[in-house]
Write a protein of this length. Structure first.
Length: 351
């Protein structure tokens, strides 16, 4: 087993590990424990039935030592702090990987009606569980970011948002949050994530606020898959995504724009790779991630299973080869998921 095949296998089958830094529910498709696997950040599903275990800092498969070091990410010091009005900092932002501070600035989504919501997303579940707040203020985020950088060596920040009912789809609030954080921590690389704003000037507002990189996440380039898995978001056409990616590359530069492509929603793998190639030609980094049935999602209720490791491995390797040929590497995004890499095996494939 190579490091790459192990990385893919463990991403799909999960691991039994005591990881102090983990996320349950929240925005997007992953719900994982954070570890450093063979030197790279990895967000791995915690699964008590997995054949993978961690003991003595090493990874085992069915009791056999795979010769790979695994280190759980320590609970950061900023998690023990509270705002003056008593809100724990970890309700406002979380550590991802070893050094990424991540937050969902607006924890509600206009598409969260069960008929509309993305079936793999649990953005409002952590709110219902009392693990976070509905809206993080710019001042709160500035306070947490300053502490996380000072106490825990955070090197980049990621801000995502549930989609708002406004024409900017949440982008302008992200810009306000970015301005506040950069006033407190000048120079901190920040990635924002949002839907294509219906108001195109919102992208320029994000650039002017000092955003380093942007994720405009389509999840699938197959309209039938989009309608099945994300009926609300699928009302935003692929042409609108194309226009937003093009404008974002113009504003932020090539390889500063990314999108998630989920493996395991039923898309034809060759079409997925062909779509990724087209994105790369546009300067957009396709962050390939296996879909996981996140706790509390409609996908979990549907009985969705993770995709086969062979499929994830094949698609990841083919997209990584395209990225390498284009000279696009996740770390060069500067901030965000592609720069972190923990939710994908692309970094293990050299991209
Ligand atoms: S890849 Fe993105 S979602 Fe995954 S751990 Fe890193 S920053 Fe978080």
């Amino acid at each position: 087993m190579t490091i790459f095949t192990t990385r893919v296998d463990v991403a799909v089958r999960g691991v039994r590990v005591d990881a102090p830094v983990r996320r349950r529910a929240g925005a997007g498709p992953s719900d994982d424990g954070h570890v450093i696997l063979a030197g790279q950040a990895a967000a791995l599903p915690i699964d008590l039935s997995s054949p993978f275990t961690v003991a003595g800092g090493r990874l085992y498969l069915d009791g056999a030592d795979l010769g790979l070091e695994v280190e759980a990410v320590d609970r950061p010091a900023f998690y023990d702090l509270k705002t003056a009005d008593g809100i724990p900092y970890h309700h406002l932002a979380r550590l991802h990987g070893r050094d990424v501070l991540a937050t969902t600035v607006i924890q509600t989504c206009v598409r969260y009606d069960p008929e509309d919501r993305c079936r793999f997303c649990a953005v409002e579940e952590s709110l219902t569980a009392g693990a976070t707040t509905r809206v993080k203020t710019p001042a709160q985020l500035a306070e947490v970011a300053e502490a996380a950088v000072r106490l825990d060596g955070v090197t980049q920040m990621l801000m995502t948002t549930g989609t708002t009912a406004t024409a900017d789809r949440g982008a302008r609030y992200l810009a306000r949050c970015v301005r506040a954080v950069l006033a407190a921590v000048p120079g901190l690389p920040i990635q924002v994530q949002c839907e294509p704003p219906a108001d195109p000037r919102a992208l320029a507002d994000l650039r002017d606020a000092g955003v380093t990189a942007i994720g405009i996440h389509v999840e699938s380039l197959d309209d039938a898959v989009r309608r099945r898995w994300m009926p609300g978001k699928a009302t935003v056409t692929l042409a609108e995504y194309d226009a937003a990616w093009t404008e974002a590359v113009r504003l932020f530069g090539p390889n500063r724009v990314s999108t998630y492509l989920l493996v395991g929603l039923g898309e034809d793998p060759d079409e997925l790779v062909a779509g990724a190639r087209r994105l790369i030609e546009m300067g957009v980094y396709p962050f390939v991630v296996p879909v996981r049935p996140l706790h509390g999602t409609l996908a979990e209720a549907d009985g969705l299973r993770p995709p086969p490791a062979e499929l994830v491995g094949r698609v990841t390797l083919e997209v990584a080869a395209e990225l390498q040929a284009a000279g696009m590497f996740g770390r060069d995004q500067g901030a965000g998921c592609a720069a972190c890499g923990a939710c994908s095996a692309l970094a293990a494939a050299g991209a």
